[in-house]
Write a protein that binds this ligand. Structure first.
Ligand code: TMP
Length: 194
């Protein structure tokens, strides 16, 4: 089973994934971008200022995704693979930054990178504007976060639309809820539909 955690920066995905490790000791925990050796190099390029071309940026994220799928997700599909981000980020961040690239083009590119395999379940975190502003103010920002609040809120909107359009089972998590409550919601969701 392939599960991805999605949500814009600061939504608390990483905290929840850390908590989940206690409940799913045999699962494979991974992330994009950077979950493989090649991916680490790509991540460095992506988050430190290069490239100028947004299409080059999308293709680099896709190269990371293809490598990640081949070497981490695919060999472990008989187990539980839990990834911090996946193709929903790939499509939503690209859609929010480029109105000249269509949903269908992005879907095709992402399916290519994933050998046609979409996640079985998605945990989607959503955050309100005020909390996002507060949380972003408390941390250093990478190249993508520096694009601003409206960009990130747009990404968040696209994430919901993409998941609903593709009809992938998902749970929407309110990022400002209590950490323990969120943890229980996630475990129930993973368990329920097994
Ligand atoms: P992270 O901070 O969750 O590790 O993700 C790195 C940044 O890259 C984050 O701002 C989201 C962004 N991103 C994309 O723009 N496209 C993608 O395909 C992925 C996976 C992440």
């Amino acid at each position: 089973m392939y599960i991805i955690f999605e949500g814009i920066d600061t939504c608390g995905k990483s905290t929840q994934i850390e908590l989940l490790k206690k409940s799913y000791k045999d699962a494979v925990f991974t992330y994009e971008p950077g979950g493989t050796a090649l991916g680490k190099q790509i991540r460095e390029i992506l988050l430190t200022g290069q490239p100028d071309s947004s299409r080059a940026e999308i293709l680099l994220f896709l190269a990371d995704r293809a490598e990640h799928f081949e070497s981490i997700v695919k060999p472990n599909l008989c187990n539980i693979v839990i990834s911090d981000r996946g193709f929903v980020s790939g499509m939503a961040y690209a859609m929010a930054g480029n109105d000249d690239i269509s949903f269908d083009e992005l879907l095709e590119l992402n399916l290519f990178s994933l050998q046609g395999v979409l996640p079985d379940k998605i945990i989607l975190f959503v955050i309100d504007k005020e909390s996002l502003m507060q949380r972003l103010g408390q941390k250093g920002m990478d190249k993508i976060e520096l694009r601003g609040i409206e960009y990130l809120l747009n990404v968040q909107q696209f994430m919901t639309e993409i998941i609903e359009k593709l009809r992938i089972p998902f749970i929407k998590i309110n990022a400002t809820d209590d950490i323990e409550i969120i943890n229980r919601q996630i475990i129930n969701f993973i368990w329920e539909q097994k």
